[in-house]
Design a protein around this ligand. Sequence first.
Ligand code: SDX
Length: 432
Amino acid sequence: MKLADNKATLSFSNGSPSIEMPVYSGNIGPDVIDIRKLYGQSGMFTYDPGFLSTASCQSAITYIDGDKGELLYRGYPIEQLANSLDYLDTCYLLLSGELPVGQQSKDFHKLVNNHTMVNEQLQFFLRGFRRDAHPMAVLTGLIGALSAFYHDSTDINNPEHRHISAIRLIAKLPTLVSMAYKYGVGQPFVYPQNNLSYAGNFLRMMFAVPCEEYVVNPVLERAMDRIFILHADHEQNASTSTVRLCGSSGTNPFAAIAAGVACLWGPAHGGANEACLNMLEDIQKMGGISKVGEFMEKVKDKNSGVKLMGFGHRVYKNYDPRAKLMQETCDEVLKELGLENDPLFKLAKALEKIALEDDYFVSRKLYPNVDFYSGIVQRAIGIPVNLFTGVFALARTVGWIAQLNEMISDPEYKIGRPRQLFTGSVRRDVQR
Ligand code: SDX
């Protein structure tokens, strides 16, 4: 970051001395006012619940322009990456900052493929859960439990440990997600096959059964890989900020990523794809497209507490570029599976059309986000609704790791410790 040719001066109407604060610029995007010395000079904190106007860090990984609807991973537009790279090359880019060339890509694919198995003991950990446990509860447990197996790579301040735990997490997430699924449906676990692609391996571990050969469908394989790419990273969203704050205490990478999984589960965040599909199914049960108008009235009624899941975004005040790519993927998968007339897809398109013309949504700049179509395409592939967020966590693990590693390797980083505006009781004595 570089000092801007600008300064911020904070003055007070009560005559307190004004305070000058430096302004810094990045390469693109808003400048920042450096308030690090504000408390020391004024005895006051800034106040920004939800962090609507707060930059928590400097980062070179992902840039979002919410007004333009632009998403760049290490400077490359998401549209170009989704159409020309696979997920593991995207992982290499997010982790290293550059696209892999020639042998680098092959070596990275091989490295990840050689770490796809998990310790056999983990299946006994899994068996402690009820069969109907939500997969996100299982995954939060399983990923945190990985730190019990890898004592050789838990020192987050050791670059070698950070590298091997990054590879282990990227490689093992598909195995763990499919194990959580198989356990829930009472089918035997399927071991990874290292001769398959990352996405093909995941599909096979999810849907293969011992009684017959499983053949990976290349259209579904490509769609799965694209779903992973679209969810790989997204600047300082809630779960990434959780991973950064958790990792800032120096805890091991597995624990920090498990914290990210737990945060992603929420319906306002990664849980929105599951909530969106449940919403579509509810409207379908109510009568489908003919009931959309009635549903939209509920959404616009503040007291109903009903939201159009998969719509709106803290940063995008334009169409989420991932939603467009996800819709294309949806089209491809439904065509491949002969589901072009899928009622939920038609319902989603009808909802989107109405919302994009309705002043309630237009005035609030509410557009479809990444979660609006991802549930429909995952459901068509055969992934159960309660596993959608697990797939999101699988894909986002590389982004969490890249952001965590960036923070830890920044010599300026400190443990995160926000303050508060205290509105509770003043000091009082116990009366006995
Ligand atoms: C993800 O941060 C990221 O980058 C996240 C993510 C990533 O890749 O990591 O992109 C993934 O989490 C995508 C978002 C998934 N969530 C949903 O689809 C849930 C539905 N969306 C809303 O909950 C909401 O839009 C949020 C949480 C996504 C954003 O909320 P904000 O930025 O706090 O905005 P807000 O709640 O202040 O909304 C502004 C207005 C409000 O109305 P008014 O008070 O101005 O009258 O818009 C309304 C809101 O009530 N509004 C909605 C709405 N989203 C916002 N009204 C109806 N339906 C919605 N979906």
